[in-house]
Design a protein around this ligand. Structure first.
Ligand SMILES: Nc1ncnc2c1ncn2[C@@H]1O[C@H](COP(=O)(O)OP(=O)(O)OP(=O)(O)O)[C@@H](O)[C@H]1O
Ligand SMILES: [Mg+2]
Length: 387
């Protein structure tokens, strides 16, 4: 619907074209004169604000549909961007305000306003507007979803961090427990070794003395002498077994002569038992170093397990144990020339696991290097300060 558009176009045909164009669009379009009064509005625009087109013509559009902010506060015409802009000859665009319907309800709107010029003179403005309720609603839903998503992500992150912390706590508790159990086990072994030594060892030695005492008193009775020989053999074997059990339980050499001697003895024993050739090499005074008591036992147990593994799995002919001193402590390398192995990233078998854990409890480090077919080398580094 147009009101007095004569000054914009003098041609009826042209006017008709324009009218058709404006009526065909879904957006609201209206024009205002310099004082803000409506000079035309299309049907879509009038419908959006709840009026018939002719009811709007001549009305001040700011007071009709733009009189208040979304919270109901009065919207002063002097603050109105549409007004300001066309007075200054500039265009504006907004999608953050509301327009008001006839029934007093607001709707979120997007509008643009551009000045209308006639022969260089600003004679008014043309405003296009649309109801963007749906878009705003979609945006709000999207925002709410985003916030919810972020909330869930942070909730989940916190839960994961919590679980991780608990996992680490229980892991370190397990480590402490394992180290403690090793210690208890060593103490228990010492205790059993002492009992076996004092009770069984002493009795067998006494028995041996008594058998020796009997010998001259048997005279020439051949059957009795043979019996005595048998008894002496059995007693000797039993004493040998006790000694072996004792050193297995508690390598006395370790206590009396230190780690170097104990390892030498261990290699000797391994060689005797399995035929595996063993060599102990000391570099940079590694052999003279003493560690603390429990550290030496731990190192001894690690080497013991490594040698047992070499005998059981490696099909090696030789093993070389190198002990080297370094400013930061002791370094051991146990190298065999066997079939090699695939080193697991995370050991799960108890032999390897025990070795790693013992090294860790010492504050040291253990690493295994192996190429299938080319032998295995186990390196152990123990810090000096270990007691
Ligand atoms: N020196 C080695 N040469 C070749 N394979 C080895 C060597 N040391 C270990 N392995 C391999 O690593 C595996 C794991 O060793 P680990 O000591 O953990 O277990 P195990 O010796 O089989 O059993 P356990 O020590 O509990 O009696 C062995 O089964 C073996 O296959
Ligand atoms: Mg093993």
């Amino acid at each position: 619907m147009f009101a007095n558009l004569n000054h914009l176009s003098h041609h009826a045909a042209w006017r008709r074209q324009l009218e058709m164009l404006l009526e065909s669009t879904g957006e609201g379009i209206y024009g205002i004169d310099q004082r803000g009064r409506c000079i035309f509005i299309n049907r879509a625009g009038a419908e959006l604000i709840g009026f018939e087109p002719d009811e709007v013509l001549g009305r001040n559009m700011h007071y009709l549909i733009h009189h208040a902010h979304s919270d109901g506060r009065n919207y002063d015409v002097h603050d109105c961007p549409i007004f300001k802009a066309f007075l200054e000859g500039k265009g504006v665009r907004s999608e953050s305000e509301v327009l008001w319907r006839r029934d007093g309800t607001p709707f979120p709107a997007e509008y643009t306003s551009y000045p209308i010029r006639d022969a260089g003179q600003i004679v008014g403005a043309v405003v296009t507007f649309a109801d963007i309720t749906e878009r705003k609603r979609a945006e709000a839903v999207l925002r709410a979803n985003q916030i919810e998503l972020e909330r869930r992500v942070s909730e989940r992150t916190a839960a994961l961090q919590d679980a991780n912390a608990r996992l680490q706590q229980s892991q370190s508790a397990l480590r402490r427990l394992s180290a403690h159990l090793q210690e208890v086990r060593e103490e228990e072994r010492t205790h059993i070794a002492r009992e076996v030594h004092d009770e069984l060892g002493a009795s067998l030695t006494a028995l041996q003395f008594d058998l020796n005492w009997l010998r001259p008193r048997l005279a020439d009775d051949e059957a009795l002498n043979r019996k005595l020989d048998d008894m002496m053999t059995v007693t000797g074997q039993a004493l040998g077994a006790v000694r072996r059990i004792l050193t297995d339980l508690r390598p006395g050499v370790l206590d009396h002569l230190g780690l170097w001697a104990a390892l030498e003895w261990l290699l000797q024993e391994t060689q005797t038992r399995s035929g595996l050739r063993g060599t102990l090499v000391s570099t940079e005074g590694g052999g003279e170093r003493r560690l603390g008591r429990s550290a030496e036992i731990a190192v001894y147990r690690i080497v013991q397990e490594v040698l047992t593994n070499v005998v059981r799995h490696a099909q090696a002919s030789e093993v070389i144990v190198t002990i080297g001193g370094s400013p930061s402590g002791l370094e051991l390398d146990i190298r065999d020339d066997g079939i090699g192995m695939r080193v697991p990233a995370q050991p799960t078998s108890f032999g390897l696991l025990g070795m790693y854990e013992r090294a860790r409890a010492l504050g040291g480090e253990l690493s295994i290097e192996s190429t299938p077919g080319k032998g295995t080398s186990v390196r152990l580094r123990v810090p000096e300060s270990t007691r």
